[in-house]
Ligand binder design. Structure first.
Ligand SMILES: *Cc1c(COP(=O)(O)O)cnc(C)c1O
Length: 428
């Protein structure tokens, strides 16, 4: 690739971060299946450990295959750097880690992936961190929830599973006014549909398990940094602005400027938390990401067809898909995600909980699994599975009420998907 041309998304999803292998000329990115890298000499080793020279030391920190994926995701999101992790949930902990300390909190949307609600409402408490959940449709409520101990604001661009689109511009305004970074989980939308950094987000997190890989083969995650946040503007982020005791007193922001957060994520986050992506997983995700835009366009097109058909079905009480003109988020979607609102939505059955269970047992082409963003169409009854740990109130707020099923529409023929749902609905 030449450096003087601004390549388009479809070109970057195939090429960004990769070049023919310098050792062999291999055109596809090799899987560097190695734990360690030979130092040229003792001075080289010392320079690497001091972060004076960038290079490979040990694959818990960096690996050439994983590095290509990190650069590709950062490029597609419009960020300056990214850190790949072993899963989406690992990426969320990694994203918060440099910002948080015991007693600090994150203000988060009530409309988040069920697993994130559990991670934030229960597990992070063991670190002394906490989350305050508020309705992100009410920017005043977000503003009111922020206190002196808040260190981040967290939401999803297009929320899984309720067909909800966040007004990222409004939430950025609130986070900026409070001097806080906005973290956006962009798993459901992908950078093809929404680029949160263009709406002012500081950090973007991904479960690469989903659309970025696209075919349900590996788990992974990523944290992308916009490079735009001034970590030294207040004393709220000492890990980045002040001497970091975990890295012999290095001042990351002063030393690395816009790359401070990414370097901290590798040098301290991956080094000490060890939530590293392995090179095989990076390879599978690189294979998938090459076709991201083609798949997302088809996911969106199919989802519109299936949702439109479901909306008129007599056994269906409601369909929540922001891509439907009937959605309360239809106007907002045009501004935030003009190319489409993805392949995920929920629908409610008039027959309630029992009808939902019968439906997931009656489909043939749809797979009943706890995953999303696969080329295959998937279905799940969230209230009895992914959102089972939540209270009914939390389920309803997250768009996963007991009478609701979630579908992740694949890239098959839309007519076949409709026929499968038609026969399954006929039996309930
Ligand atoms: C799946 C998912 C996660 C968690 O990712 P894992 O790779 O399963 O750990 C986080 N956020 C969203 C929106 C997801 O869909």
């Amino acid at each position: 690739m030449s450096d003087d041309r601004q390549y388009g998304f479809d070109t970057l999803q195939v090429h960004a971060g990769a070049r023919p292998d310098p050792a062999t000329g291999a055109r596809q990115v090799p899987i560097y299946q190695t734990t360690a890298y030979v130092f040229r000499d003792a001075d080289h080793a010392a320079a690497l450990f001091n972060l004076q020279e960038v290079g490979y030391i040990y694959s818990r920190l960096t690996n050439p295959t994983v590095a290509v994926l990190a650069e590709r995701i950062a490029t597609l999101e419009g960020g300056v750097g990214a850190v790949c992790c072993s899963s989406g949930h690992a990426a969320q902990i990694m994203a918060l880690f440099p910002l948080m300390a015991p007693g600090r909190n994150v203000v988060a949307s009530t409309r988040l992936y069920g697993g994130t609600i559990t991670q934030f409402s229960q597990t992070i408490r063991r670190f002394g961190w906490s989350a305050k959940f508020v309705d992100f449709d009410d920017p005043d409520a977000v503003r009111a929830a922020i206190d002196d101990d808040t260190r981040a604001v967290f939401c999803e661009a297009v929320a899984n599973p309720g067909g909800y689109v966040t007004d990222l511009d409004a939430i950025t305004g609130v986070a900026d006014a409070a001097g806080l970074p906005l973290i956006v989980d962009n798993t459901s939308a992908t950078p093809y549909l929404v680029r949160p950094i263009e709406h002012g987000a500081t950090l973007v997190v991904h479960s690469t398990t989903k659309y970025l890989t696209g075919n349900g083969t590996v788990t992974g995650g990523a944290v992308v940094d916009s490079g735009k946040f001034d970590w030294s503007a207040s004393d709220k982020f000492p890990s980045l602005s002040a001497p970091e005791p975990a890295y012999h007193g290095m001042k990351f922001h002063e030393t690395f400027g816009p790359l401070a957060y990414t370097f901290h994520g590798i040098a301290v986050g991956l080094r000490d938390l060890g939530m590293t992506m392995n090179p095989q997983a990076a390879h599978y995700t690189l294979m998938g990401i090459e076709t991201l835009s083609l798949r997302m366009a088809r996911h969106c097109e199919n989802a519109v067809k299936v949702a439109t058909w479901l909306e008129t079905h007599p056994k269906v009480a409601a369909v929540t898909y922001a891509g439907l003109p009937s959605s309360p988020y239809a106007e907002r979607a045009k501004r935030i995600c003009p190319r489409g609102t993805g392949g995920l939505f929920t629908f409610a059955l008039k027959g309630g909980y029992d009808a939902c269970v019968k439906l997931v047992d009656s489909v043939n082409l749809f797979s009943h699994v706890a995953n999303l963003g696969d080329t295959r169409s998937l279905i799940i009854h969230s209230a009895s599975t992914t959102h089972r740990q939540l209270t009914e109130e939390q389920q309803v707020a997250a768009g996963a009420a007991p009478n609701v099923v979630r579908v992740s529409i694949g890239i098959e023929d839309a007519d076949d998907l409709i026929a499968d749902l038609d026969q399954a609905l006929a039996g309930i």
